[in-house]
Design a binder for this molecule. Structure first.
Ligand SMILES: Cc1cc2nc3c(=O)[nH]c(=O)nc-3n(C[C@H](O)[C@H](O)[C@H](O)COP(=O)(O)OP(=O)(O)OC[C@H]3O[C@@H](n4cnc5c(N)ncnc54)[C@H](O)[C@@H]3O)c2cc1C
Length: 274
């Protein structure tokens, strides 16, 4: 690892001052689960590391009108433990609880995950599936505009994610086929019925960046949120990732399986509530 400076600002104003003087080679440090590993491997060599751990404004979970607002520095494990999350969007509890292992969940943060935008990360599916809004120190991004490509987002250099706002849907469910070693999504699908009844089907792991499956959404709009609404429908394999973990054809197959599994979970949750 190359030498670097380390600082730990106490609020966003101090963070901005540090970023303004640190130059282009500064990197923000959240849970360090990705960044520290890439620095150890020599794939990243920032001259300055600026920890976000001392900034209270970036942590915590609160309920705001019909939405859950989760601070960028909130670890996945705090989201799993949150009664506000479990009570309003239990699919987020499920999703967070299936990330990596206990150590990764205690250290890794929602902000670090979406800033990194790994094509196999789970959170992008929840953000796109729930039509979430990413608030930064400069503006708001809709999830549809935020995730722009493989490991790429709309964030400008030095732009800091402050929180994510998830509108509470009528219902939602997440199903993923995890990589058996890392638990990253080979394919993960978030299905939601928005507050206005609009279906959204968001797919992670399968392509270079999270995307919506429009044909499945149209079926759900026409036939309801039932697994058999997708009868005869399959996702094409062109454009999907094809690597050592899974072929494009297998991923296409998994998109259908995971979408039906998420729909089955929705139906089971409805039955349990009756
Ligand atoms: C063994 C292992 C298994 C994993 N399994 C899964 C899995 O199953 N599913 C899954 O989704 N993820 C998985 N992850 C990823 C993990 O959950 C973290 O979310 C991810 O590593 C990044 O979060 P972090 O807080 O550690 O960010 P860091 O590593 O600290 O930072 C990552 C990047 O985001 C930037 N950044 C961080 N915070 C902000 C912010 N607030 N504003 C702007 N930029 C910011 C940093 O500068 C850096 O470029 C796994 C990781 C490991 C090591």
């Amino acid at each position: 690892m190359r030498p670097f400076t380390y600082s730990r600002p106490g609020d966003i104003a101090e963070l901005r001052r540090l970023l303004a003087t640190a130059g282009d080679d500064a990197r923000l440090l959240a849970g360090g689960q990705t960044l520290i590993a890439t620095m150890k491997q020599g794939l990243a060599a920032p001259e300055a590391l600026i920890s976000l751990a001392g900034i209270d404004e970036l942590t915590g979970i609160r309920v705001e009108q019909e939405a859950l607002v989760i601070g960028a520095m909130t670890p996945h494990a705090d989201i799993v433990r949150s009664e506000e999350v479990r009570g309003r969007i239990p699919a987020l509890t499920t999703l967070a609880n299936e990330i990596g292992d206990p150590a990764v969940r205690e250290k890794g943060t929602i902000g670090g995950s979406i800033a990194n935008n790994d094509p196999a990360a789970d959170w992008p599916a929840a953000l796109l599936g729930l039509d979430a809004v990413v608030t930064t120190d400069r503006r708001e991004w809709s999830a549809s505009d935020f995730f722009t490509g493989m490991f790429e987002t709309a964030l400008a250099p030095g732009e800091v994610i402050v929180s994510v706002r998830f509108p509470v849907p009528r219902r939602g469910a997440y199903a993923k086929f995890p990589n058996p070693a890392s638990r990253y999504a080979v394919v993960g699908v978030f299905v939601a019925e928005g507050a206005d009844g609009t279906p959204r089907v968001a797919v992670t792991g399968a392509g270079p960046v999270v995307f919506r499956w429009a044909e499945a959404e149209a079926r759900l709009a026409d036939h309801g949120f039932r697994p058999d609404a997708l009868d005869g429908l399959s996702h094409p394999e062109n454009g999907l990732n094809d690597d050592i973990h899974a072929s494009a054809g297998y991923r296409a197959h998994l998109i259908g399986v995971m979408t039906r599994r998420a729909l089955t979970r929705l139906a089971a949750a409805d039955e349990a509530a009756e």
